[in-house]
Design a protein around this ligand. Structure first.
Ligand SMILES: C[S@@+](CC[C@H](N)C(=O)[O-])C[C@H]1O[C@@H](n2cnc3c(N)ncnc32)[C@H](O)[C@@H]1O
Length: 229
């Protein structure tokens, strides 16, 4: 992995897919950074999000496009059949309940047009970012289940056209901001974060690399692209 190139998730996405004019569903869109990037690339993005905190951040950051965001979950997408050219799961498939991960891929298949593209980026259970969060939430098992579900995508009528790994960087101004994001993504982490705050902050600074006044984590990720048959 150390020789793997470092590239941002946005640059990787735009290097792999033609986004201009495409209807793109971003499942588990979080604070909506990718939705706004997709719009800048000429796409028509729809961000689907079930987290109250994340949805509020997305709407606050994009007040002129609140209709770009829909309340919903991956396993029951609030999107019509064959309405999308592209469905993206960016770091979100492993947040779907384990028993629903395969159903979330089934939903992606339903909402995609024939020949449409499923684009799934999943963080690998390794690297500085993973090690820092592990005390609060060890995602090894759920990330493994997400890969298992992807391994069965052919059963739903998907053909895999690409699998690759790369490294991307995540940067934070300080541990407090990192904590807010970690808990905002999954509010069930709040109690454990409160219990282990001191050690958690220590791990953050131990694993991050300081650069230009920011704290940077390198995260190895797996990318899989599929076509709907
Ligand atoms: C790690 S964040 C990723 C956010 C964003 N996609 C990104 O790449 O930065 C995971 C997101 O998945 C969302 N999520 C949780 N359960 C979900 C579900 N059942 N279906 C879809 N998304 C879900 C969370 O609310 C959270 O915003």
């Amino acid at each position: 992995m150390t020789n793997t190139p470092t590239i941002s998730n946005f640059d990787m996405l735009s290097s792999k897919l033609d986004l201009e004019g495409k209807v793109v569903v971003d499942v588990g869109c979080g604070a909506g950074q990718l939705v706004r990037f997709l719009r800048r690339q000429g796409a028509s993005p729809i961000g689907v999000e079930c987290g109250e905190v994340m949805m509020r951040q997305a709407l606050d950051a994009d007040p002129d496009h609140t209709d770009s965001y829909l309340d919903g979950v991956g396993q029951d997408l609030p999107v019509d059949d064959e309405a999308a050219d592209i469905v993206v799961f960016s770091y979100s498939l492993h947040h779907v309940p384990i028993g629903e991960m395969f159903n979330a891929l089934r939903e992606a298949h339903r909402v995609l047009k024939p020949g449409g593209t499923l684009y799934v980026v999943e963080p690998l259970p390794e690297g500085a970012g993973f090690e820092s969060v592990k005390l609060i939430d060890d995602e090894t098992v759920v990330r493994g289940h997400a890969q298992d579900a992807l391994g069965k995508a052919a059963d739903l009528g998907f053909s895999q056209t690409l699998q690759t790994t790369y490294r991307c960087e995540e940067s934070y101004p300080d541990a407090e901001t990192w904590e807010e994001i970690i808990v905002g993504i999954d509010p069930t982490r709040a109690e454990r974060m409160a219990q282990h705050r001191e050690e958690s902050v220590r791990l953050f600074y131990a694993h991050a690399t300081e650069r230009d006044g920011k704290f940077v984590f390198v995260q190895p990720v797996d990318l899989k692209i599929f076509t709907k048959n």
